[in-house]
Design a protein around this ligand. Structure first.
Ligand SMILES: CC(C)(COP(=O)(O)OP(=O)(O)OC[C@H]1O[C@@H](n2cnc3c(N)ncnc32)[C@H](O)[C@@H]1OP(=O)(O)O)[C@@H](O)C(=O)NCCC(=O)NCCS
Length: 147
């Protein structure tokens, strides 16, 4: 069955939280924080047979897009859903003439780093001991659009 992508609506927040809770590598937010981002940022969900199986969310700050969170439910991983979400976000950012999409990721998060690199993101710098519990460096990636 195909996976479809669409912009999230307020009723999607509980299933988004359910996916996020199954992803220790994702950022962890409250329902209110997702609600706010729906108003101020970009939230795209992946859905199969009416069930949300993944999402990506981004903030747009001074025209630059920053990925705040990305997760796919465990049963749907390694089937291209994460890649589809990134492609959709890139398409939207390019349509809005964004110069780049930026993100931070834990140094040890190999699956996410491989995914970003596969989709053209390049490692640009790092932030020492940026994360807590456990303390870890953040690697900063960017996908820069040539214009
Ligand atoms: C990272 C994540 C979103 C990837 O989603 P996904 O739907 O499985 O990704 P895809 O199927 O599109 O994978 C595309 C590529 O990413 C890389 N990748 C994905 N999972 C991987 C894994 N477990 N190990 C190594 N590489 C992996 C591979 O290069 C893969 O291509 P391939 O299958 O042809 O080898 C998913 O593992 C997840 O939800 N992780 C927990 C949350 C998280 O860490 N989010 C990132 C926050 S910055």
């Amino acid at each position: 069955m195909p996976v479809t992508l669409r912009s999230a609506v307020f009723n999607d927040v509980p299933p988004i939280l359910a996916v996020e809770r199954q992803a220790p590598g994702a950022a962890h937010w409250t329902e209110e924080q997702y609600g706010k981002l729906l108003g101020s940022g970009v939230v795209v969900v992946a859905e199969q047979a009416g069930q949300i199986c993944g999402f990506v969310c981004a903030q747009v700050v001074a025209g630059e897009w920053e990925i705040e969170n990305l997760a796919v439910a465990p049963a749907f991983r390694r089937r291209g859903v994460g890649g589809e979400l990134l492609r959709e976000l890139s398409r939207r950012a390019e349509n809005e003439a964004a110069p780049a999409i930026l993100l931070e990721v834990r140094e040890s998060n190999r699956p996410a780093r491989q995914l970003y690199e596969k989709h053209g993101f390049r490692e640009e710098s790092y932030r020492r001991a940026y994360y807590r519990e456990p303390v870890e460096d953040a690697i900063l990636y960017a996908l820069r659009f040539d214009r």
